[in-house]
Design a protein around this ligand. Structure first.
Ligand code: GAR
Length: 205
């Protein structure tokens, strides 16, 4: 009998290279405990939607624009319930979720952040801004973190981290690419499988 797999929904806002890393991991047969059943984009122009289509996974748009936080989150919840999502991944998802939302899916939402938390994280630190801040501070090592999502922005329990060296001549764009390649795309799929395994084993309620 085929093993049960946890249903995963991936929330995105932009390019979706982290989504791609998860889909590649799944295609390679490495995502042993879960499968992606839906991609939900907060932006109708997100290239991540094209990646979902190419992979053959259903994509939905719940646009953030013009909606209250409550209506935006209700739209997302409808889609999550429709597909029966059990674990949610924020992969370059640029909206902050309310305490009601994170409570509803306690220990079921994971996020990838492009720094070593607790450095360069929290409200206002997203995308290139994180790398600008790291270079501006002059740190010699940065990296990526995968963590559970709770009501504190980037404040939930850490699942995995990976360090990345800063090199002379780095720009925010160059550093962003290195952090993705050497850290995010590696630790996000691995963390996801780990969390799915814990859910399957009943270790996460
Ligand atoms: C990634 O670097 C991700 O860690 C970051 O945005 C980028 C999205 O790229 N997320 C955040 O800053 C969230 N606070 P992607 O769309 O190609 O995966």
């Amino acid at each position: 009998m085929e093993k049960r797999k946890i249903k995963i929904a991936v929330l995105v806002s932009g390019g979706g290279t982290n989504l791609q890393a998860i889909l590649d991991y799944q295609r390679a047969g490495k995502l042993k405990n879960g499968e992606v059943v839906a991609v939900i984009a907060s932006n109708p122009n997100a290239y991540a939607l094209k990646r979902a289509e190419n992979f053959g996974v259903q994509g939905f748009v719940v646009s953030r624009k013009g909606l209250s936080q409550n209506d935006f989150e209700s739209g997302i919840i409808s889609r999550l319930e429709e597909v029966g999502a059990e674990v949610i991944v924020l992969a370059g998802f640029m909206s902050i979720l309310s305490a009601e939302f994170t409570k509803k899916y306690e220990n079921r939402i994971i996020n990838v952040h492009p720094s070593l938390i607790p450095s360069f994280c929290g409200e206002g630190f997203y995308g290139l801004r994180v790398h600008e801040a790291a270079l501006g501070y002059g740190v010699k090592v940065t990296g990526a973190t995968v963590h559970f999502v709770n009501e504190v922005a980037d404040g939930g329990k850490i699942i995995m981290q990976k360090a990345v060296k800063i090199k002379d001549g780095d720009t925010p764009e160059i550093l962003q690419q290195r952090v993705m390649r050497e850290a995010e795309w590696i630790i996000l799929p691995k963390s996801l499988d780990k969390v799915c395994k814990s859910v399957l084993k009943g270790e996460i309620k």
